[in-house]
Design a protein around this ligand. Structure first.
Ligand SMILES: [Zn+2]
Length: 196
């Protein structure tokens, strides 16, 4: 089932999400719905708060990035296969040089900005089979994980911009909160005026 994507301005995107247990109600359905919602919106990842659930869960399928000709064959191979469910993840290490990448977010349509992040992460999590995993990631795989991880910490990529950039996009963000944005997937806007 495709769920509405929660738009910028909703308090659920600002909460530090809670860990879940294996017995979390309808977890399989939640994960299936998150995949469907993400693919429908042509995203590469979605975090539970973006569908209104303040739990520590996100899904990533970075395979669309594998077509990028600027990447090495090795990076393309990693990304083509980078489809994961992250439950109760914990970034245990972030290291390397900071590098910029033009990020977007399903909750913040029509806004894209360069964001600086460190190049490497080590992340521990459990997968959809409740198996414990530890992975070391670099480049775009690390980037997508850092972006989604921020969501479960109540952080959005726009928080990481310069004061000037923030000022420049302030109006656009306010419009998104009110639903004044054109988007081709279902969204829930915190301040949308009810249509008659
Ligand atoms: Zn996002």
């Amino acid at each position: 089932m495709i769920l509405p994507v929660i738009a910028y301005g909703d308090p659920v995107l600002r909460k530090v999400a809670k860990e879940i247990t294996k017995e979390h109600p309808k977890l399989d359905d939640i994960i299936a719905n998150m995949w469907e919602t993400q693919y429908n919106a042509s995203g590469v990842g979605i975090a539970a708060p973006q569908v209104g659930l303040s739990i520590r869960l996100f899904v990533i399928d970075a395979s669309p990035f594998a077509d990028d000709d600027d990447l090495t064959e090795e990076e393309q191979a990693v990304l083509s296969d980078f489809k994961r469910v992250f439950i109760n993840p914990k970034i245990v290490e972030e290291s390397g040089e900071e590098w910029a990448f033009n990020e977007g977010c399903l909750s913040i349509p029509d806004v894209r900005e360069d964001v600086f992040r460190k190049e490497k992460v080590v992340i521990e999590y459990v997968d959809e089979n409740w198996k414990k995993q530890t992975e070391t990631l670099t480049g775009l795989a690390a980037r997508v994980v850092q972006h989604e991880y921020d969501h479960i910490e109540g952080v959005l990529f726009t928080d990481k911009l310069s004061t000037l950039k923030k000022r420049l996009i302030k109006g656009k963000l306010a419009n998104i909160t009110k639903g004044k944005v054109s988007v081709d997937y279902r969204m829930k806007f915190p301040q949308a005026k009810k249509k008659r």
